[in-house]
Design a binder for this molecule. Structure first.
Ligand code: CTP
Length: 416
């Protein structure tokens, strides 16, 4: 994504002294920086020095009527292609997490619809405080990108996490983040087939399942659910009515998607059964293959003889196979499975497609070195009964969008 102007909101911390350097570094990339200074930041860095490096007016006061007439806070954020808060103090982070808007910086942040990055800087204890960490979690859920902080000596004489990241790191992470943002927010490339999925019911499973051992322990796997959520989002964006049955994940429900959150494979099966009929089913969930035969009703205690307990596992129902084996109106017109393999990917995936009776299978190599489980990228091959598509590495959002295009093409060819 090429950008022309970034709005830098400078918070009131000692790291504010790096702001002129930050403005210069963006300029070197051909990006103009306009700055907003909080009242506290003006104690650390002078508006004049910022204005002289940015070559632009520095904005400080929400109630400066002349500024509001020339350039309101809404316009300030709209005229920028992205916003960077640096240094992002604990105070600013807290306001952002709570949606507080009581000065120019916070109102601008609440009014923006642009990508927002923050480069936190604060004392190590403030950084680790549960309130700060809670606020940061909220910001992540809200889609705000967090850069740093770094570890090191602090102005207060302590050592630890809390130093603002180096200027060059901040600039390169903003540039990288903007490219990613562009890919993730690109509208699905559906122009050609637009409308074919409108009103179709798409059932998606996603995430891992957790199989309890006792009230505090469970068997799980490393699936993040990102690919399934991206697929649900892409189908919803194409006008489909999407039901997402999700195992435990930290992900927010995609816009326009009807979500049911479950824990175990058996619960997932029950909700999949209740969600049918569907026109299309995409089963991305990493369903645990086994569950513990008898879940202990109380926490399993260590024995005096130090003998580890033996867990008896029983096989979970295969949800994909169950859906594929339905008949008549209960059988979705197109059933797509996923195959997570670590070796012989195409051979195992093909065999899985036939064994489970699904129409297509999307195969990926989930060996740890590929970083697919939990990562943002995926490299997949798609097998149908008569062809194979090999897609290069791309973001999970792009995989989802391409899959929607492939499904649309397929649906167009089906007799009505
Ligand atoms: N699947 C399912 N129910 C299960 C196991 C898997 O619905 N109990 C689905 C997954 O959602 C995926 C496909 O089956 O779409 C393949 O999952 P995968 O984990 O790759 O295969 P498994 O069936 O678990 O086989 P194996 O562990 O032998 O590779």
């Amino acid at each position: 994504m090429s950008i022309n102007r970034i709005l830098i909101i400078i918070g009131g911390g000692i790291a504010a002294y790096k702001a002129p350097e930050l403005v210069r570094a963006f300029k070197k990339q051909g990006i103009n920086a306009r700055c907003v200074l909080t009242a506290a930041a003006a104690q650390f860095v002078s508006p004049l020095s910022i204005a002289s490096v940015s070559g632009d007016k520095v904005y400080e006061n929400l109630f400066d009527l002349k500024d509001e007439a020339e350039m309101g806070h809404i316009q300030l954020s709209r005229e920028a292609d992205a916003i960077l808060v640096a240094p992002a103090t604990a105070d600013l982070i807290g306001k952002m997490a709570m949606g507080v808007a009581n000065d120019l910086a916070s109102t601008t942040l609440l009014a923006t619809d642009k990508p927002v990055f923050i480069a936190p800087a604060m004392n190590v204890r403030m950084w680790h405080h549960p309130a700060t960490q809670r606020n940061l979690e909220q910001l992540k859920v809200d889609g705000i990108r967090i850069i740093g902080p770094d570890e090191g000596d602090m102005a207060c004489g302590e050592f630890g996490l809390g130093r603002m990241s180096e200027v060059d790191d901040i600039v390169s992470q903003v540039m990288h983040g903007l490219n990613q943002h562009e890919t993730e927010h690109a509208p699905p490339a559906l122009a050609k087939n637009d409308g074919v999925l409108s009103g179709k019911h798409v059932l998606v499973t996603a995430g891992p399942t957790h199989e309890p051992i006792d009230p505090v322990r469970y068997i799980a796997n490393r699936s993040s659910g990102k690919q399934g959520y991206a697929i649900a989002a892409a189908f919803a964006a194409s006008g489909a009515s999407v039901t997402l049955i999700s195992g435990p994940t930290d992900l927010p429900c995609p816009t326009g998607v009807q979500i049911t959150r479950v824990e175990t494979a058996c619960e997932m099966l029950a909700h999949v059964q209740a969600a049918l009929p569907a026109d299309i089913a995409v089963m991305t969930a990493a369903v645990a293959d086994w569950r513990v035969e008898t879940q202990a009703s109380q926490k399993v205690k260590k024995n005096a003889d130090s003998k580890a307990p033996t867990l008896t596992l029983v096989e979970n129902p295969d949800i994909l196979a169950w859906v594929s084996q339905q008949s008549g109106a209960q059988r979705p017109g197109l059933v797509i499975g996923f195959a997570a393999e670590t070796e012989n990917v195409s051979e195992y995936a093909q065999a899985k497609r036939i064994r489970k009776g699904c129409d297509w299978i999307v195969a990926n190599n989930v060996s740890p070195e590929n970083g697919i489980m939990g990562g943002d990228h995926n490299t997949v091959d798609i097998f149908t009964n008569d062809d194979q598509d090999k897609w290069p590495a791309m973001s999970k959002t792009e995989v989802a969008q391409k899959l929607v295009v492939k499904v649309s093409d397929y649906m167009l060819k089906q007799p009505q």
